[in-house]
Design a protein around this ligand. Sequence first.
Ligand SMILES: Nc1ncnc2c1ncn2[C@@H]1O[C@H](COP(=O)(O)OP(=O)(O)OP(=O)(O)O)[C@@H](O)[C@H]1O
Ligand SMILES: [Mg+2]
Length: 266
Amino acid sequence: MKQGLDPIEPQSRPESIEALNLRLAELMHRHNELFDRLRADQQHFARLARSVWRVQEDERRRLARELHDGIGQNLAALIHQIRAAVRAVPAQAETALTALSALNQAQELAQATLEDTRALSRLLRPQILDDLGLEPALRWLVRTLSAAPGLHIRIDVDPLPLDLNADVATLIFRIAQESLGNVVKHAQATLATLALHCDGERLILSISDDGRGCDPAAAFAVSARSESTGLGGMRDRARLFGGEFVLKSGPGAGCTITLRLPLIPT
Ligand SMILES: Nc1ncnc2c1ncn2[C@@H]1O[C@H](COP(=O)(O)OP(=O)(O)OP(=O)(O)O)[C@@H](O)[C@H]1O
Ligand SMILES: [Mg+2]
């Protein structure tokens, strides 16, 4: 009933609304402050995580060079010396046969170790990525993995910007390496395709296969349980660079991963 209303209400209402507005404005201000601080912290952690990742890649590059140029060169020199020793042993001498056989075995062992060392060096960080750039590195990766029996890999790469950010190039290469590794390891596919397109602002990498497929939620759950670093690691790294990583698949329907990445990390 109107007559029953508190007579002071009409006077107090403008005051309390004003107070509420002030309180609301203050809350909004604090909310915005907290939001800005949160965003700044997030950007700070993303920058920090990107530099940790960059340090890791630098270390891999250093180790790869050390393996290739240091241990690799020494092994090549050792093989050369063993060959010289083999030639120096008089082939007719009866007693030399044992020495020759031992030297040949040593040469084979040194050769196999040299090949393993070079393969490990390329796995750590292929020199082609630093020397010739992303596209030749992806073509090399596809050539190497196409050697797996029964698997054909197609590649389709758009012309890439000449000043492509080095971290972005490394990230694309690592995700292609990890995803094609998954195809070889898990898919039982006969055909896979790597496509890299550039729309002027973003790079879009997609890798698809016609293999046995998987349940994406279960596959990411494997990653989350730390049983693997693959899919979860790729998604986290994509986010660090302002990109997104999506896996589409279903049992028997093959797998497609798509990475959308800004040309300039955000
Ligand atoms: N192309 C694919 N075809 C079929 N299954 C796949 C494919 N890619 C991933 N998976 C499934 O997703 C799971 C998780 O993949 P992820 O790369 O995270 O781990 P992993 O390859 O098992 O281990 P890691 O990458 O650490 O060596 C795999 O175990 C596999 O079951
Ligand atoms: Mg994997």
